[in-house]
Design a protein around this ligand. Sequence first.
Ligand SMILES: [Fe+2]
Ligand SMILES: [Fe+2]
Length: 370
Amino acid sequence: MSEAGARERAVERLVVELGVALQSRGVYPSGHPSLGRSVERAIAAHRAVLALADAPAATTLLAIEGQLLVDRVPVPEDAAWSRGLLLGFERHGLSGLTLLAGLDGAELAAFLDACHGASGPQPSSHVQIGAVGFAELGPGAERGLPGAGRLPPLTRAEELAEGRESFAAVAGRSAREVDRLRSLVAALARAAGGAQLASPRLATVNPGDREFLHGLATALGTLRLARALGVEGDRLQELGLAALLHDIGRLEAGPLGGDAAHRAHPVVGAARLAATPGVPPVAVVAAFEHHLRFDGAPNYPVLDEARGPSAAAQIVAVADTWDTLRVRGGLAAADAVPVLRRRAGTYLNPALVEIFVALIEGGGGRRSCS
Ligand SMILES: [Fe+2]
Ligand SMILES: [Fe+2]
């Protein structure tokens, strides 16, 4: 068997065994021999994956909108063997799990106990919730934005630092901060219209402030996509602001990286924005709808009547998914494009995905002279 084939088999085994172990704990009480055997199989599978890895320190499993990534490699979407783990992640509010070398059966069993207990999933010395290193992504980290893949030298570093403060203040219902964010979006819109985007200048932004960076990246992608669709003027600015604030509910609903509160963030965010004077209605709608599926199949928030998202939320969702795959998933642009395309028609509007990919690859999009 080739090296790649051996790794694929090992990953498949880990995904299956971990999915079974998560579900077994729902069936068997703590310490039951059947559960113990399942845990040991999962540990053996984890060790086998590490033994085949380039850097055998940890294995990261991430679920991004129903797509499982193992060590940044997307698992084929039609892989039935990944369903059990995805279901387990969903049930326990997990969006990512990193298993470090040294993990043993007792620690994994304790993790499973916590998943099924009142506390929910808890990290431990060899189990991290989310992706290792994500919080440490520096301000200059490659964001993979359409055009040149970087944030533009849009403005002074101080303006970005102020924007970051305002971003947090909006979550605290401070209406006067919305205007400051509007001027930041206007600067982004100008930069997004240029033919060239140069290096980021985010030196004074706290590297840990990932929600703000994710908001900026999503806003820039949204502005470029909306421009390519011919959206200009006030509508463009409001859409950019909506993209910047789309995940504001996360500031209250829990940190990115696996939390039962994750599914609440669209509702929490929309409610927060609706209560903040000066926030345009489209921002409330985009916050509420950006995780609704384009095909109307159930996702979250759970709706009484199934429907797809509005056009504005569809645009934001494409830019949002792109930044999530690039930064949280750690995918290179060339690897993220096929995953984005696999979301087309189900989670995302296929026409928007194709225009966005054309922008990323530098082959499309209307230019603005502003
Ligand atoms: Fe979100
Ligand atoms: Fe997001």
